[in-house]
Design a protein around this ligand. Structure first.
Ligand code: AMP
Ligand code: MG
Length: 359
């Protein structure tokens, strides 16, 4: 299949190009588009056949449900059997924006979207191209991240094309994504909201609006618990090279020393750190002790490491408050839960997962 490319300018959204993309979507085709979180792979969310094309292009397990993207609040009422006062409050505070609400679904929502669950995930993006595209298509758009299943999410059109060129009808290029991590997913079907996936709308921000907010244990990497949504159990966001996440008070120094050992062993290591590291043979990215910079660049850096043929990736963890919770959740998953602990004055040890060769 030939994949068309529509290049758009965020500041003046061009309807003529977007009309072509919207027509493809109405015809049941699959089109990638920019959002403020990551690029989405969209299809008509009420068309079961079109939704199946998303799963096929991504190689996504069918028990991993999709998020429906809407452009106006009224559309939620078509999709949700019940919009609790809690859901209304959260939508009023954070829509349009990077917050996804889990609500009880109506029968209009195909089972392929909800993966057979009785609930559906709905979000109203704030990105002007995403909003306009949904409006012109006049359908809720089912859209997971526009990457091959398991790979780091795409934060620009080049990353989408790397994974999906030839497999989808088109890609709308709207430049780099603003936040770089996927939306916060909140279950609003119970009395107290539960964060199923942390994102740029933080737990602290939610608490200011609704008071008590719970965190699903799976968010913190607790794999012993049963996933609330089947999709939560899958390995995600993963680079080709094996990755190790370093935590603890001496993580930075431990990474520098591990990277040097890797170089001696003839490997090409890549490192992700909160400060700069200049070491011959090491590809280093510095997030300047700023979780916003790390969130925005994490996926593009992981893809860059893969393109550079890195053999091993060593990443420094960060504290899990505010945006740090979302970033650590992605780092743990990208590292396949391989976690090393390095505290000052203590020997480096494997906290979870496989023992690396440099140890
Ligand atoms: P992605 O589209 O790749 O960003 O993934 C969407 C994620 O949203 C899924 O992996 C689930 O964790 C979550 N999700 C979607 N629908 C539901 C649902 N009905 N109930 C709970 N979580 C959901
Ligand atoms: Mg995804």
């Amino acid at each position: 299949m030939e994949t068309r490319l529509w290049k758009l300018n965020n500041s003046s959204v061009d309807d003529t190009l977007l009309q072509e993309a919207a027509q493809c979507l109405r015809d049941g085709e699959v089109v990638a588009f920019p959002t403020e979180t990551v690029y989405g792979l969209g299809a008509d969310g009420l068309n079961d056949k079109a939704v199946h094309k998303i799963f096929k292009a991504k190689g996504r397990p069918v028990d991993n449900p999709l998020i429906l993207h809407i452009a106006q609040f009224e559309d939620l009422e078509l999709l949700a059997r019940e919009v609790s006062p809690l859901a209304k409050k959260l939508a009023a505070a954070f829509w349009p924006g990077p917050l996804t609400l889990i609500v009880k679904k109506t029968s209009i929502v195909p089972d392929s979207v909800s993966a057979g669950l009785d609930s559906v995930a709905v979000r109203m993006p704030v990105h002007p191209i995403a909003q306009r595209l949904i409006h012109l298509t006049a359908r809720p758009l089912a859209a997971p991240s526009a990457n091959k299943s398991g790979r780091p999410s795409p934060t620009d059109a080049k990353a989408v094309s790397e994974d999906l060129a030839g497999l989808i009808a088109g890609i709308i290029d709207g430049g780099p994504a603003k936040f770089g991590v996927e939306s916060t997913v909140v279950d609003t079907t119970g009395r107290v909201p539960i964060i199923l996936r942390p994102g740029s709308i933080t737990k602290e921000m939610l608490e200011k609006v609704v008071g008590e907010v719970l965190l699903d244990p799976a968010v913190l990497g607790n794999t012993a618990v049963v996933a609330k949504a089947p999709g939560m159990k899958y390995r995600h966001y993963a680079p080709v090279a094996p990755m190790f996440l370093f935590v603890g008070t001496n993580a930075r120094a431990a990474i520098a020393s591990a990277a040097a050992t890797c170089v001696k062993q003839g490997l090409k290591p890549a490192v992700l750190l909160g400060s700069s590291l200049q070491l011959a043979g090491v590809l280093a990215k510095n997030w300047q002790n700023d979780s916003v910079i790390l969130a925005k660049n994490l996926y593009s850096w992981l893809r860059e490491f893969d393109r550079a043929g890195s053999d091993i990736i060593l990443a420094e963890g960060l504290s899990e408050d505010e945006l740090g919770l979302a970033v650590m959740n992605r780092l743990r998953k990208a590292a396949g839960n391989n976690i090393l602990r390095a505290d000052l004055g203590q020997k480096l040890f494997v906290q979870n997962g496989t023992e690396p060769l440099f140890l």
